[in-house]
Design a binder for this molecule. Structure first.
Ligand code: NDP
Length: 245
């Protein structure tokens, strides 16, 4: 029987690349979007082309909202009968700012999406993955580097994801559930334009030891490996996918 992966924020970027990769490997894919129905439709079409017809399912879900997250898990479970893997991917960055100039609304939105949202998704995963399984949280190199003068709120939110990964791996290990994270570096997706700085990719990519920004497919490959049985003895790991940044 095909396995099922649930991915938050699958309508674009890293989440979309992961959705298409899982579909191409024969997994059922339940992915969420928050507002971009057109992008979600595109992801679903890409999944259907890559995988088995009918194996991709899109649901609107705002990870900041508890009921919305619970509904996403419930409908995915009803559709596919099981959830074997969870990719806790949805996240945002706010425009460049020093901490001194950040207002509370901005910081709340970043923490509600990246921290509360990720914890709600991890909680539902902990409740639903009763028969083994695997969770991958999407952190960021910002958790290591701090993003001074740009996004210290975002960096702190991703630091919380690293800590969640460590704690939850110990909490769920005895149930046979593995919990890992990836820390992407500079990846060419919409997130930089959403934060008002599309030029970040071309400015910072060449400075990485590998000399370029990464692409979403390269992060998806690492996510897939960590979720898959090929990583059956890996838990509590936080894997940098950053071209050495
Ligand atoms: P994108 O901006 O390309 O995609 C973001 C996705 O998250 C979209 O599917 C979006 O849905 C969804 N989303 C946004 N807000 C919410 C919300 N409140 N509830 C549910 N879904 C939401 O981002 P990336 O693919 O670049 O980023 C994915 C993850 O990778 C994030 O956690 C990010 O922090 C992390 N990351 C990215 C890096 C990069 O350089 N790109 C570097 C390090 C980490 P919709 O399409 O409907 O808006």
């Amino acid at each position: 029987m095909a396995k099922t992966v649930l991915i938050t924020g699958g309508s674009r970027g890293i989440g979309r690349a992961a959705a298409v990769l899982f579909a191409s490997r024969g997994w059922n894919v339940a992915f969420s979007f928050v507002g971009n129905q057109q992008s979600a439709d595109e992801t679903r079409a890409l999944c259907e082309r890559a995988g088995v017809t009918g194996n991709a399912f899109a649901r609107k879900c705002d990870v900041r909202d508890e009921d919305s997250v619970i509904d996403f898990f419930r409908t995915a479970y009803e559709r596919f009968g099981a959830i074997d893997g969870v990719v806790n991917n949805a996240g945002i960055v706010a425009p460049k700012s020093t901490l001194a100039d950040m207002d509370v609304d901005r910081m709340k939105n970043v923490f509600d999406t990246n921290v509360l949202g990720a914890y709600l998704v991890a909680r539902e995963a902990a409740r639903m993955l009763t028969n083994g399984g695997s969770i991958v949280n999407v952190s960021s190199m910002a958790a290591k580097l701090g993003s001074p003068g740009e996004y210290v709120d975002y960096a702190g939110s991703k630091g919380a994801i690293d800590t969640l990964t460590i704690g939850l791996s110990k909490e769920l290990g005895p149930k046979g559930i593995r919990v890992n994270a990836v820390r992407p570096g500079i990846i060419n997706t919409d997130i930089h334009a959403s934060a008002g700085r599309p030029e970040r990719v071309s400015e910072l990519g060449p400075g990485c030891p590998l000399g370029r920004a990464g692409n979403a497919d390269e992060v998806a490959q690492s996510i897939y490996w960590l979720i898959s049985d090929d990583a059956s003895y890996v838990t509590g790991a936080i894997l940098d996918v950053s071209g050495g940044r």
